[in-house]
Design a protein around this ligand. Structure first.
Ligand SMILES: Nc1nc2c(ncn2[C@@H]2O[C@@H]3COP(=O)(O)O[C@H]4[C@@H](O)[C@H](n5cnc6c(=O)[nH]c(N)nc65)O[C@@H]4COP(=O)(O)O[C@H]3[C@H]2O)c(=O)[nH]1
Length: 743
């Protein structure tokens, strides 16, 4: 029953039965209601106030002040506020204040209103107060705020460890007497590692770091294994803890409740556990909190995993899983910095590796087998270097090996290069075939071959190029001379590009002669470059570079265009119709829309397709026979003819040749050149001629310079010939004269 001081403040009041009822009601209210006089003594309190202060009856509080009930600090705080209210008459409404519970000593939050109390003559005679315990709401608010903070940390990509640590601390603030811990599953999915456990004893945390996921592996290992919560209320007596019981007891851990953390696709990410020093089950608040933590932790871990994956994808090659160019530059720069900072004298070497005959595998067995080969070679290379080194795939069949912290001697590198070469050249079995892959390697070393990643890579590339040029299957150390050559190559590349734009290229034509009639029936278009500084350059000086750099595609388009245009112009000028033959590079031929481009060029020039012959080499055809046949057939349907250039130098099989829609075989001039002295060449020529006849193809001999060569060819039934003996390649005007001469 609420208490009131009849002698004091309310003594003059005439109480009625209704008022008694009112008091009874006040006692039912869970809020704390009280009235104080001007000396801050309680004159009215309800039961709630009595209870909170540990009294059975409200009467027991009457006449007491806050100084009798609270710590001096808190009582003084109340006193000051109330004094101000009494003096100013201004009320204090819904003031939220953190106080210490007078009985339990625990902190709690109150929302309090205090209002000055006046008598009939409007004099202040005390104050009336009402307080409500808002600890639960405050705790929920704090939890929500902290949760937002954690989500913000996740959004800001702060380290996972910090985020998990923050979540654990947040839980421990909310729950008295428990230790929170998060374990994260490793990439093989078989073990759990500590993500965060800020308050668990360090020796315990370290002892269970890396525990296996399994059926009897304490609360966490088992929860991860079963993918459901495992509540162990008494560690000492639970069989799941048989392996870790002593460890837990040593650290006074008596119960452990663990819940698996799952991704939104249901994959295991880790476990969340609460440990208590008491033998008990979790309460409902602890269960609710666990649900929330598990959700937030899942977001944090999953996000980190996604980020790791994105980082990995951005920095690694998808096929081999090796680091890529981006990571290489980073590692190389770090390695150089490390060498510089530590002032010792080791070398950092960049080895550029290019497989010599990878294309053959790709063309013969297709891309899947090619990919498999690259993976095998990648693994072998990784096996040859130390873990501190790096094997990087740049793309295609190009790799870079970064060797760090090497003794400053070339022989130390040579040992590794020999090992690499041996590993790569070891036979590789693919699709029932055995392949021998060789490689060309170029080495550039920090500090003397370059001071930055870009230069070192460029120089290693130049050295590799040199190795390739000097017969492949070898390695070269970078020299300053190579640098000059590399620069020349770059300059040349730029010059070709601008040469195309500035129309510096032109075509000469070389007649092809029918040996029976002696008449010119065709002309081969041969490109030349009127270089602004170097003068006229032969195709030998620039075609291979144009092929390597892809510039052959625009250049080849131009040649084809110009040859068709010129042939049509001769025809329009009334000259005898002849076929123009144009050399085609593998790169052009492999362009997906190549047949359409030829069709468009023919249409634009107005030349009928039957007056165009495309010269392709044997090696081009053998790269991918099926694709070559398909492309040739498509063009053949238009009326375009095909000749196989440099025939005899490649390895076309008879069965392949039979499938190819080819009109003409061109005997390579190397055989013609030596035929006077070389019996073998003579045999080859007569074999090619009879082969052509059997396959219903015309045979033309290239590079015919002498009457003797011509006589031999005639005697062996060769159909046609081309060479200086008839005419050197000439400009279009001279070609027109030759045509006019023969009428
Ligand atoms: N010693 C000697 N040489 C003779 C004789 N008759 C012709 N030649 C030369 O032999 C080459 C024949 O062309 P190719 O085998 O197609 O060999 C060509 C061809 O593979 C390539 N080429 C030329 N123009 C083009 C083009 O427009 N596109 C492509 N992709 N390659 C081209 O460049 C190569 C060299 O062309 P050129 O320097 O014009 O050299 C030409 C020609 O001038 C002879 O009796 N004796």
């Amino acid at each position: 029953m609420a208490a009131r001081n009849h002698e004091g403040l309310l003594a003059t009041t005439d109480w009625t039965a209704e008022r008694n009822l009112l008091w009874a009601m006040i006692d039912q209210v869970p809020d704390y209601l009280f009235v104080k006089d001007l000396d801050h003594r309680f004159v009215v309190v309800n039961q709630a106030v009595a209870r909170i202060h540990g009294y059975d009856h409200a009467d027991q509080l009457i006449g007491k002040t806050d100084f009798d009930l609270h710590t001096p600090d808190l009582a003084a705080r109340f006193f000051e506020v109330e004094q101000a209210i009494i003096q100013s008459g201004s009320p204090m409404i819904d003031m939220e204040e953190e106080v210490v519970d007078a009985v339990t000593g625990a902190k709690k939050w109150l929302s309090t209103s205090k209002i000055a109390l006046h008598n009939d003559t409007n004099e202040t005679i005390g104050l009336v107060g009402i307080s409500r315990d808002i600890s639960v709401r405050k705790q929920a608010d704090r939890l929500r705020d902290e949760q937002s903070l954690v989500l913000e940390m996740i959004a800001m990509n702060l380290p996972l460890r910090d985020v998990l640590d923050k979540i654990m601390r947040l839980i421990e603030e909310q729950l008295e007497g428990v230790f929170a811990s998060i374990l994260v599953v490793d990439s093989d999915g078989g073990h759990l590692w500590h993500g965060a456990a800020p308050s668990l004893p360090g020796t315990y945390a370290r002892a269970i770091d890396g525990i296996a996921i399994g059926p009897n592996m304490g609360s966490c290992g088992t929860a991860a294994y079963r993918r459901e919560s495992v509540i162990v209320a008494d560690i000492a007596n639970d069989p799941l803890w048989s392996n870790f019981r002593d460890l837990a007891q040593l650290h006074s851990l008596r119960s452990c409740w663990s819940t698996p953390i799952l991704s939104h696709q249901g994959d295991l990410l880790g476990t969340f556990a609460l440990y208590s020093g008491e033998v008990r089950q979790p309460g409902s608040f602890e269960r609710r909190l666990t649900e929330r933590v598990v959700r937030i932790a899942a977001i944090a871990i999953e996000r980190k995993q996604n980020e790791d994956e994105i980082f990995f994808l951005a920095n690694h090659d998808a096929l081999t899983g090796l680091p890529n160019r981006i990571l290489l530059k980073d590692r190389l720069t770090q390695a150089m910095l490390h060498t510089e900072l530590h002032h010792h004298n080791p070398w950092v070497s960049v080895v550029f590796v290019d497989l010599d005959n990878f294309k053959t595998v790709n063309d013969r067995l297709g891309h899947t087998a090619g990919d498999e080969l690259l993976k095998i070679v990648a693994r072998r290379m990784v096996g040859c270097v130390r873990p501190i080194d790096a094997v990087v795939r740049l793309g295609g069949d190009e790799f870079v090996i970064l060797l760090v912290d090497l003794p400053a001697r070339t022989d130390a590198i040579s040992v590794i290069l020999h090992k690499l070469r041996a590993a790569i050249t070891d036979p590789i079995a693919l699709d029932g075939h055995e392949f021998h892959i060789t490689c060309s390697m170029g080495v550039a070393t920090f500090p003397h071959d370059g001071n930055d990643a870009e230069t070192l890579l460029m120089n290693a590339d130049a050295a590799m190029y040199q190795a390739k040029n000097s017969g492949r299957d070898s390695f070269q150390f970078f020299t300053a001379e190579m640098n000059t050559k590399a620069h020349e190559r770059f300059a040349m590349q730029d010059a070709i590009r601008s040469g195309i734009a500035r129309s510096e290229f032109y075509l000469d034509y070389q007649p092809q002669v029918d040996l029976r009639s002696g008449r010119i029936f065709a002309a081969e278009a041969l490109v030349r470059w009127r270089h602004p500084v170097l003068g006229v350059l032969s195709p030998v000086q620039f075609i291979s570079l144009a092929e390597e750099t892809g510039l052959i595609v625009p250049l080849g388009d131009w040649v084809l265009n110009e040859a068709c245009r010129q042939n049509k112009a001769w025809q329009d000028a009334g000259l005898p119709h002849l076929s123009v033959s144009v050399n085609v590079s593998a790169l052009q031929f492999q362009e997906k829309d190549w047949p359409q481009r030829v069709r468009r060029i023919l249409k634009e020039s107005g030349l009928e397709a039957e007056y165009l012959e495309l010269e392709v080499t044997e090696s081009l055809l053998m790269r991918n026979v099926d694709q070559a046949i398909a492309t040739m057939k498509e063009l053949q349907e238009l009326g375009v003819h095909f000749a196989i250039d440099d025939f005899g130098t490649g390895y076309s099989s008879l069965s392949t040749l039979k499938c190819l829609p080819v009109t003409r075989l061109k005997i390579d001039q190397s055989f013609v050149r030596n035929l006077a002295h070389d019996e073998d060449d003579r045999s080859i020529i007569s074999a090619v001629i009879s082969l052509g006849q059997r396959l219903n193809m015309m045979v033309i001999a290239e590079g015919v310079e002498t009457e003797g060569q011509l006589a031999f060819l005639r005697a062996n039934g060769c159909d046609e010939a081309q060479g200086y003996h008839f005419s050197k390649p000439v400009d279009p005007g001279a070609m027109a004269d030759l045509l006019m001469l023969q009428g």
